[in-house]
Design a protein around this ligand. Structure first.
Ligand code: IMP
Ligand code: MG
Length: 184
C-alpha cells in the first residue's frame, strides 16, 4: 500500500536537486543549539521563544524539545512586501504575539536569513516592547545582505540556492520534507 505521504515524498524527491542538509545533520545541530540555549539562560529569565511563521514551525518544534529550562512559546506572522508591491519594503505583522514581551528574555526563531530585511525591520519593533533581552536563533544564514545581521545562534551557513524542506517552502510546497534540499 502506498501512503499519500510516501507518494508526496517521491514527487518531492524528483523535484529536488540536491540534499543540502540531511535529517540526521539537522537533528545533530538542533540538539547542539538546544544545549547552548539552555546554558545561556537562567530559569528565572522566563524565556519566551517566538517562532516566525510559517517557515520556522518544524525547527521550533524540534528546538524547544532540546531546551531544558522552563520556557513559553508564541508565534509571529510577518509579511514583507516584495519589491514592486510598495516602495517601502515594509514588514507587516499579520499575527502579533498575545504574550507581553516586557521584561522577558525573548528568543526569535527564524528559518532562514536571506537579505536580512525581515529581521532588520522586525527587531526594532519588538525591542520597543521592552523585553529584558532579545536574541535570534536562525537555522540557516545565506549571508547575502550588505551589512550582515548576525544572530546570536545560527544553525548552518546556507548555500546561495533556493532551499526547501524542514519548514521551508516553494509556493507552499515541500514544507514537510524531513531534510533540506535545493530545488531544481
Ligand atoms: P530576508 O528578509 O531576505 O532575510 O528573507 C527571509 C525570508 O525569506 C525567510 O524567512 C523565508 O521565508 C524566505 N526565504 C529566503 N530564502 C529562502 C529559501 O532559500 N527558501 C525558502 N524560503 C526562503
Ligand atoms: Mg519566512
Amino acid at each position: 500500500m502506498t501512503s499519500v505521504a510516501a507518494r508526496d515524498r517521491r514527487l518531492a524527491d524528483r523535484a529536488v536537486r540536491r540534499v543540502a542538509f540531511t535529517a540526521e545533520e539537522l537533528g545533530d545541530r538542533v540538539r547542539a543549539l538546544g544545549t547552548e540555549i539552555s546554558a545561556a539562560y537562567r530559569p528565572e529569565d522566563r524565556l519566551l521563544v517566538i517562532g516566525l511563521l510559517k517557515g520556522s514551525f518544524i525547527f521550533l518544534a524540534d528546538l524547544v524539545r532540546e531546551i531544558t529550562i522552563p520556557l513559553q512559546v508564541d508565534f509571529l506572522v510577518a509579511a514583507s512586501y516584495g519589491a514592486g508591491t510598495t516602495s517601502s519594503g515594509d514588514v507587516r505583522l499579520l499575527y502579533d504575539p498575545s504574550t507581553s514581551l516586557a521584561g522577558r528574555a525573548v528568543l526569535i526563531v527564524e528559518d532562514i536569513i536571506d537579505s536580512g530585511t525581515t529581521l532588520k525591520k522586525l527587531l526594532p519593533r519588538l525591542q520597543a516592547r521592552a523585553p529584558a533581552s532579545l536574541e535570534v536563533c536562525a537555522l540557516l544564514h545565506k549571508r547575502l545582505g550588505t551589512d550582515h545581521l548576525e544572530p546570536r545562534w545560527v544553525g548552518f551557513n546556507a548555500p546561495n540556492e533556493f532551499l526547501v524542506g524542514y519548514g521551508l517552502d516553494h509556493a507552499e510546497d515541500f514544507r514537510h520534507l524531513p531534510y533540506i534540499a535545493s530545488l531544481e
